[in-house]
Design a protein around this ligand. Structure first.
Ligand code: AMP
Length: 198
């Protein structure tokens, strides 16, 4: 069976979407594209893009839809994304859903993975990550801001995708392997599996 794997992973900060997204992308042989990682890498390297988004991301605010959309569109146009991709951190609001629809051809997305984690659990994970990784964008204030932006702006994108019948809601509490298995099972039920090597 040939199936495309054009995927989005959605979840609040601290839900483990970055980790699970990378695992799933690896398992399916598709690139994981994280807009947050793109911004962080540019900030670290001191590029003009990094300079432009540094203060915005540090405060926990969203970068503009135009700028983020341009980055995603260019990335999706690269050869390695032709057979599928997993977007992590994009789209983040309903406007970005519409932008992404425009970047994709009529076939659209194959599945949207929602990682569901209670707020207390994500807060605890974030506090740990800030300590372990020294992430300067993980201040308490920025974390609280991001969680409320998630609830207000990002959660509604799930309604849009639910209407299209492509959302799989996954319980994000458990061991890394358990959660990865839940996601791969849900995707397999949609016929989304790693293509056989040729
Ligand atoms: P993340 O690692 O996905 O939490 O992203 C880190 C930060 O990058 C966010 O808090 C935003 O400032 C910015 N960012 C990442 N993805 C987007 C997006 N789709 N739209 C706007 N800003 C974004």
């Amino acid at each position: 069976m040939t199936s495309t794997a054009r995927l989005v992973i959605v979840g609040p900060q601290g839900s483990g979407k970055g980790t699970q997204g990378a695992r799933i992308a690896e398992a399916l042989g598709i690139p994981a594209i994280s807009t947050g990682d793109v911004f962080r890498a540019n900030i670290k390297a001191g590029t003009p893009l990094g300079e432009q988004v540094k203060a915005i991301t540090a405060a926990g605010n969203l970068v503009s839809d135009e700028l983020t959309g341009r980055i995603v569109r260019d990335r999706l146009a690269q050869d390695d994304a032709a057979g599928g991709f997993l977007l992590d951190g994009y789209p983040r609001n309903v406007r970005q859903v519409e932008d992404l629809d425009g970047f994709l051809d009529a076939a659209g997305l194959d599945a949207v993975i929602e990682l569901s984690v209670p707020r207390d659990e994500s807060m605890a994970r974030l506090a740990l990550r800030a300590k372990e990784q020294g992430r300067t964008d993980d201040t308490d204030e920025a974390i609280a801001k991001r969680l409320s932006i998630y609830e207000r702006e990002t959660a509604p994108i799930l309604d849009v995708y639910r209407e299209r019948g492509i959302v799989d809601t996954i319980d994000g509490v458990g061991s890394l392997d358990e959660i990865t298995a839940r996601i791969t099972d849900a995707l397999a039920a949609r016929g989304i599996t790693r293509p056989a090597a040729v």
